[in-house]
Design a protein around this ligand. Structure first.
Ligand code: GUN
Ligand code: ZN
Length: 424
């Protein structure tokens, strides 16, 4: 057992932020021997209950749950900052040519190591990540994540049409590869598998049917894809699947909406789409830096809350522009405020932080497992230094409330704020 004394941020069941100025986090094995939070609360109330347990004192620091990134492409680490007039040219000119390199497992492993280092530097301890269409890309990321004891979910991309040589896969083989990878990796240590149709326009009907059959056969495996990101993409999907009511409904018509299904973007929705998300338990990965960079549009938070479907935050690197959850939370605030194309609202700092920790975990079906520091949660956490830069020190030193402190961190924070990332 080990304990940490610092300020501690965590979340209550009603999503509100709980903050101990002088807190104690006690980490120790659960009944299965896995390191979890054994106790958390005020130092003065708890310290006496754990005599003999070593306490690491971190004065002036804030302990918070490790961030959960609901949608990120590890092979696009080097695609960040590739300008294009929109999603489809961006895929064609930068993304597909770059992803074609990941047939080489040694190359993929090198990128995977850099990618996982970067997640850690930014305080991200759980991610739902796209690999590429090459099984070697999954082998590389799973192997590296396992060596680091990470809770990471990934899968081989399915794209058997409208994709260039080098990334296009073959329908039958793609499904055989997917099932073999599920059997090899899903549930091994903290790893999970996600069935990963890239998006409806890149998948034949047979491939979508096969993906859904696997999703039915392995109900605790995740599903990840993209939907309703960009207007040209929406038009194209509707042309390819004219019998479906909407772009989102294509996935439902093939049986690809359920709990543990996560769709990135979810921008160009109507209320029927939102109701379908809610009815099926499907979650949205809101990716604001990507949506701003590619000019895709603005996620409608009010619409999502009206329908009551699950969502959380995601970097969507490399359409997204930063690995930092602080940049993503700030962009989410700006997207929420946008009021010309949909109702504008002001998300509170607690809501933004929840969307990237406990809320994202809930959307992934991992509530009480990651994304929080309540007793029983896996003890992945970060140590923040709120005085990491002169401006941060000046701003947070003047904070008169928890909201002011958290908003200062969100607006001014980046990887410099994250002093340490602890994978327990
Ligand atoms: N739609 C299909 N593939 C992709 C991708 O790699 N990134 C984004 N942002 N959207 C997609
Ligand atoms: Zn994406």
């Amino acid at each position: 057992m080990k304990a940490y004394r610092a300020a501690i941020l965590r979340f209550a069941d009603d999503r509100s932020a709980l903050y101990e100025e002088d807190g104690l986090l006690v980490v120790g094995p659960d009944a299965q021997g896995r390191p979890v939070v054994r106790a958390v609360g005020p130092y003065r109330a708890l310290a006496g209950n754990f005599p003999g347990v070593a306490v690491e004192h971190l004065p002036g620091r804030i302990i918070a749950p490790g961030f959960v990134d609901m949608h990120i492409h590890y092979p696009q680490t080097d695609v960040i900052g590739s300008p294009a007039p929109g999603l489809l040219p961006w895929l064609e000119h930068y993304t597909f040519p770059h992803e074609s390199r990941f047939h080489d497992e040694a190359y993929a492993a090198g990128v995977a190591r850099f990618f996982l280092d970067e997640l850690a530097r930014n305080g991200v301890t759980t991610a739902l990540a796209f690999a590429t269409s090459h099984p070697a890309s999954v082998q590389a990321l799973m192997s590296e994540a396992r060596a680091r004891r990470l809770r990471l979910i990934t899968g081989k991309v399915l794209q058997d049409r409208h994709s260039p040589d080098g990334v296009r896969d073959q329908t039958e083989q793609s499904l055989l590869d997917t099932e073999a990878l599920i059997q090899q990796w899903h549930g091994v240590d903290r790893l999970g598998y996600a069935i990963t149709p890239r998006f409806a326009p890149s998948c034949s009907e047979a491939q979508l049917r096969g993906a859904a059959a696997l999703a039915a056969k392995y109900p605790d495996v995740w599903i990840q894809s993209h939907v309703a990101e960009n207007l040209d993409e929406v038009r194209w999907a509707r042309e390819l699947f004219p019998r479906s009511r909407s772009y989102l409904a294509i996935y439902d018509d093939f049986g690809l909406m359920r709990e543990r299904a996560v769709y990135a973007h979810c921008i160009h929705f109507d209320d029927e789409d939102r109701a379908l998300m809610r009815a099926t338990g499907t979650a949205a990965a809101v990716s604001p830096t990507s949506n701003l960079f590619l000019g895709s549009g603005f996620f409608d938070y009010a619409g999502a809350d009206r329908a009551g479907f699950r969502y959380g935050l995601a970097s969507d690197v490399g359409g997204g522009t930063s690995f930092s959850p602080f940049r993503t939370m700030l962009a989410a605030y700006c997207v929420g405020r946008e009021g010309q194309t949909k109702p504008g609202l002001s998300l509170t700092p607690g809501q933004l932080w929840w969307q990237h920790t406990a809320g994202a975990a809930q959307a992934l079906g991992l509530e009480g497992v990651v994304g929080n520091l309540q007793p029983g949660c896996e003890a992945d956490f970060i140590v923040l230094n709120p005085a990491a830069t002169p401006l941060l020190a000046r701003k947070t030193g003047q904070a008169g409330s928890l909201d002011e402190l958290l908003f200062g961190l969100i607006v001014l924070g980046d990887d410099r704020l994250v002093e340490k990332t602890v994978i327990s």
